[in-house]
Design a protein around this ligand. Structure first.
Ligand code: SF4
Length: 351
């Protein structure tokens, strides 16, 4: 949910600044507050107003173009009121933030966690306070984020670290990735999601390069070689593969899952969603090992289906992207709620 449009955290790399997201005003200063979001959500979630019940799943409070706990939340409390509604209607939640303001809502989050499930994740581009002060000027420094995450962990929450995005040639080094993973391991985080940065041409790139020029001018030329200027701001596959492999080796050494573990979500998701997520995870693990995989495409096709997979078990091969081996994996998930192949890959095993 994007309860706010725009974000005064003003991270230098934020792609919410890119033209394609249509955030009006000056990004980092102007923030649109969706003051009727809670009212609309209350109507959407009310089972008495629906012909078929709203699908049960995790609701993710943490937006792509605005942190749900940015300073405006102190006054408007949209995240708090949303959590109260989600508690009322028995939803599980996953909150992703960079702000320690989430501490204010520990009480309602505890209620949700007891009743259903609340996952708390913090994002980092590194755990280096000095670098963070350059690239994340509006958020609490990493050590405060880590302390807050540790408090949630002690209170029995499932906790995640999003080491995302790492900043090319600044925080994507083996040393800084390991430092972050080590901090996560010390807290006992349940998983770390890792990823590289996108850099879209236009506002996002201009703003980012201005800061880079002031603090790391020697790195500019490297950026030109890894960002070919594609529409989505993606870096080259070779670059992403390199940093993914570095992270993967470190995470394996610290025995930290690279995806949210199945035990966290298996009782929350519908059968179709469980299949989609596990296929996505297998796809991710295979690509981490340098292989290719059709499973991401199969997961996408299944996400478009209206029927429960259990009702079309005989016709799985008609789904785009599903071949014999994928069919076998899907049937196993439907029958057992898991997959031996998934467990092997998640444990760091090969194909
Ligand atoms: S906290 Fe997230 S949404 Fe806000 S500026 Fe930073 S990256 Fe963008």
């Amino acid at each position: 949910m994007n309860l706010y449009r725009g974000c005064s955290h003003n991270c230098v790399y934020c792609d919410g600044r890119a033209e394609g997201y249509y955030v009006e005003g000056e990004f980092g200063k102007d923030v649109a507050v969706k003051i009727n979001a809670v009212e609309i959500l209350a109507r959407e979630l009310d089972p008495d107003r629906k012909r078929s019940p709203f699908k049960q799943s995790f609701i993710m409070a943490g937006g792509g173009v605005g942190d749900s706990y940015q300073p405006a939340e102190e006054k408007y409390q949209l995240s708090r009121k949303t959590l109260e509604l989600l508690y009322k209607y028995n939803f599980a939640v996953h909150v992703l933030t960079k702000s320690t303001l989430i501490m204010r809502d520990m009480d309602i989050l505890k209620d949700i966690n007891k009743q259903r499930k609340a996952v708390i994740s913090f994002s980092f581009s590194s755990v280096d306070n000095r670098i963070s002060s350059i690239f994340e000027p509006g958020v609490p420094p990493p050590d405060e984020r880590l302390k807050t995450l540790a408090l949630f962990k002690k209170q029995g929450f499932t906790c995640g670290m999003f080491l995302l995005p790492v900043i090319p040639f600044v925080t994507d080094t083996k040393g800084l990735i390991e430092q972050a993973v080590k901090c996560g391991a010390e807290i006992g985080v349940d998983f770390i999601i890792f990823g590289g940065m996108t850099l879209k041409q236009g506002r996002q790139q201009e703003y980012f390069f201005n800061t880079l020029k002031s603090h790391y001018p020697e790195q500019l030329s490297g950026y030109r070689s890894i960002y070919p200027g594609d529409k989505w701001g993606q870096a080259t596959t070779a670059y992403y593969s390199r940093i993914n492999r570095t992270f993967s080796r470190i995470a394996d050494r610290y025995k930290i899952p690279k995806r949210m573990p199945l035990s966290v979500f298996k009782d929350i998701l519908s059968e179709n969603d469980l299949v989609i997520v596990l296929l996505e995870h297998i796809d991710y693990f295979l690509k981490l090992q340098g292989g290719s995989s059709p499973l991401g495409y199969a997961a996408y096709s299944i996400s478009k289906l209206k029927e429960p997979l259990l009702e079309i078990k005989e016709k799985l091969l008609q789904i785009k992207g599903v071949g014999r081996s994928t069919e076998a994996i899907i049937l196993e998930i439907l029958e057992t709620g898991s997959s031996a192949y998934y467990r092997k890959l998640a444990a760091g095993g090969g194909q």
